[in-house]
Design a binder for this molecule. Sequence first.
Ligand code: HEM
Ligand code: HEM
Length: 225
Amino acid sequence: MRQQDQTLQTVRIWDGPLRLFHWLLVAVVVAMYVTGWLGIEARLWHMRLGYALGALLGFRLTWGFLGGRYSRFRAFCYGPATAWRHARHLLSGTKAPPGVGHNPLGSYMVFLLLLLLAAQLATGLCASDDILFQGPLHHLLPVRWGRLLSRWHSWQSNVLLAAVAVHVLAILLYWAKGENLVKPMCSGWKDVPAGTPQTANLWERGMTLLALWLLAVSILLLAYG
Ligand code: HEM
Ligand code: HEM
């Protein structure tokens, strides 16, 4: 730990696998939009990337229990009153001490993004373009349900896009207020109040878990894809 001044010190907040997860997620989600919008020609890649998204979300679910100190779900479960206090602080223009981990307001956005991504994955697995491609669960459903979930998949992709836009705007707002959240999501390190415990990088555990999720998804793909 590098001491910066009397009140702040640089501490590793985000473990390596969480940072890798985030930037891989960004790449996969951008590619999902591009291949979704390109239509039928890119649909095979849309489906393939969908399985990668499944492995990433599976990893994040388990990392919420087995991950580093600040990646665990229990580290960022806040009540609405705490989130409201944080929002008022943010809008009041006063400079708050830098937060550790996801802040009380940001944590709601994190859960919303993960929920929307899980729903996008679930509806994608049940969707069909009625021409060439269908998700692996589509044939298990009555025709009416398949159509409904395909429409839901298409409609919800816009909701997810709006949520991502809010996410990025919020990060810009914090940056304008003097708190750079992107640097810690890249390097892991953040200047936080002295005495804040740091997290281990946990690469071995994280990579093993990610490999297990990729294996599980590949087995499902071979069996049902
Ligand atoms: C497709 C676009 C994106 C998606 C789906 C996405 C999703 C997420 C999710 C799920 C988290 C929570 C991480 C976790 O604990 O699991 C997160 C956090 C974060 N994201 Fe993104 N993200 C996207 C784009 C971006 C971009 C473009 C930036 C950079 C400008 C960014 C910067 C961050 C930062 C800094 C955090 C940590 C926030 C904090 O300190 O609480 N994200 N993002
Ligand atoms: C973040 C994740 C995802 C995003 C953003 C996304 C986005 C999109 C978009 C924009 C479309 C075009 C909708 C239209 O033409 O109106 C689409 C169609 C489709 N997606 Fe996804 N998708 C995602 C995940 C998945 C997954 C995981 C699968 C399955 C493995 C999947 C399977 C399909 C299928 C079969 C279609 C054609 C549906 C139709 O034509 O009605 N998608 N997706």
